[in-house]
Design a protein around this ligand. Structure first.
Ligand SMILES: Nc1ncnc2c1ncn2[C@@H]1O[C@H](COP(=O)(O)OP(=O)(O)O)[C@@H](O)[C@H]1O
Ligand SMILES: [Mg+2]
Length: 294
C-alpha cells in the first residue's frame, strides 16, 4: 500500500441515508486511523448503527464517499469491506447457537481438506479447531468446553466468540455495535480486554457504545454523532463527560444565539485540537469558535 503513515485507514464523508421520510444520516463523517480505537457515540437515533451498516456493506448510502487508504471504494455488499480486512461484530452477534465456537468462527468460510477430499467438499475440522483455539487463547476468551454449542454459553462468552471471529478475519478494522449493551460489569471488563488485544495486534476498532465510562476507558478518540451528522471529535485526553454529553445532546452545540438556520450548523466539527470547543456561557448563550469541516 502506497499510502503515507498519516493517511486515514477509513474516511467517511457526506454520507446521506434516507429511509422513506426518515433522514437517518444527513452528511455523516467518520475518520479512523491505523491502529486506533474510535468510539462513535450519540443519542438514540443519532445514526450510529446506520453508519456501521454503511461501513459493513449491509446498506448502501444515498450519497457520500467512503475512502480506504486514500482511495474511494464502494461497499455494495458485506463481501466488499471484508476484502479490505474490515469485519463487524453485530449487535445481535449473529452466531449460530447450535454450532460449537470453532464452527461459528468459520461459518461461511470453512476450511476444506487438501486434495480430492477437499474437492469433494470435505471440511478440515482439526485445522479449523486449532485455529479457533489459537484465536480464543490470543484474545483470552475463556471457554471451558470448546465442544459445547454456543447456545449454552454465557453472554460474555458469546460476545468473546463474536469478537474472536471478527478479529480472526479482520486484518485492518473491527466494527462493534454496542458490544457491552447486554453485559454485566465483569463481562464488560472482558470486552475491554478484548478490544485492547485487538489493537495490540495492529487492528483498528470502531466502537459504538452509549456506555460513556467504558468509552473513556478504551477509546483513543471519540467522535460524536447527532441527528445524522458528526458534530464533534475529541482525543481521549481532551474528552470530558461534560463535553461529550454536551455535544451528544446539543447543549454545547456551536450555534450562536439567534442564529436563523441552526440546521446548517449541525455539520460543523468542533475542532478539539485547538481550543475551539464551544461552551455554554453564564448567560445561557453559547460562545466559542467553530471550525467547519473541510
Ligand atoms: N430500517 C430502517 N427503516 C426506517 N428507519 C430506520 C431504519 N433504520 C434506522 N432507522 C431510523 O434512522 C435513524 C437512525 O437510526 P440508527 O442508526 O439505528 O440510530 P442509533 O444506532 O444511533 O440509535 C432513527 O431515526 C431510526 O429510527
Ligand atoms: Mg444503534
Amino acid at each position: 500500500m502506497s499510502s503515507s503513515p498519516d493517511t486515514p485507514l477509513l474516511q467517511l464523508s457526506g454520507i446521506v441515508k434516507h429511509y422513506g421520510t426518515v433522514r437517518a444520516l444527513q452528511g455523516a463523517s467518520l475518520t479512523v486511523h491505523p491502529n486506533e480505537v474510535v468510539a462513535l457515540v450519540g443519542d438514540n437515533g443519532a445514526g450510529k448503527s446506520t453508519v456501521i451498516k454503511v461501513i459493513s456493506g449491509v446498506i448502501q448510502p444515498d450519497e457520500g464517499e467512503i475512502v480506504v487508504d486514500g482511495r474511494p471504494v464502494s461497499f455494495s455488499s458485506p463481501l466488499d469491506p471484508r476484502s479490505h480486512g474490515i469485519e463487524t461484530v453485530y449487535q445481535d452477534l449473529a452466531l449460530a447457537p447450535d454450532l460449537d465456537p470453532a464452527a461459528n468462527l468459520f461459518l461461511g468460510r470453512e476450511v476444506l481438506r487438501g486434495g480430492l477430499l477437499g474437492m469433494l467438499g470435505m471440511l478440515d475440522k482439526p485445522k479449523m479447531r486449532r485455529q479457533a483455539d489459537d484465536a480464543f487463547a490470543r484474545l483470552s476468551v475463556g471457554l471451558q468446553d470448546t465442544r459445547s454449542t454456543v447456545g449454552t454459553m454465557s453472554g460474555g462468552q458469546r460476545q468473546g466468540i463474536a469478537v474472536a471471529r471478527a478479529v480472526l478475519w479482520a486484518s485492518r478494522l473491527v466494527l462493534m455495535d454496542e458490544p457491552t449493551a447486554a453485559l454485566g460489569v465483569v463481562q464488560t471488563g472482558r470486552v475491554r480486554a478484548l478490544i485492547e488485544s485487538v489493537r495490540e495486534q495492529g487492528v483498528s476498532v470502531v466502537l459504538v457504545s452509549h456506555n460513556l465510562p467504558f468509552v473513556f476507558e478504551v477509546a483513543d478518540r471519540i467522535e460524536v454523532l447527532r441527528l445524522g451528522q458528526r458534530v464533534a471529535a475529541f482525543t481521549r485526553a481532551e474528552a470530558t463527560a461534560e463535553r461529550v454529553l454536551g455535544a451528544m445532546t446539543g447543549a454545547l452545540a456551536e450555534v450562536p444565539p439567534g442564529d436563523p438556520a441552526p440546521d446548517t450548523m449541525i455539520g460543523s466539527v468542533i475542532d478539539a485540537g485547538a481550543d475551539g470547543i464551544s461552551r455554554v456561557d453564564d448567560t445561557g448563550g453559547v460562545s466559542g469558535t467553530r471550525g467547519m469541516e473541510a
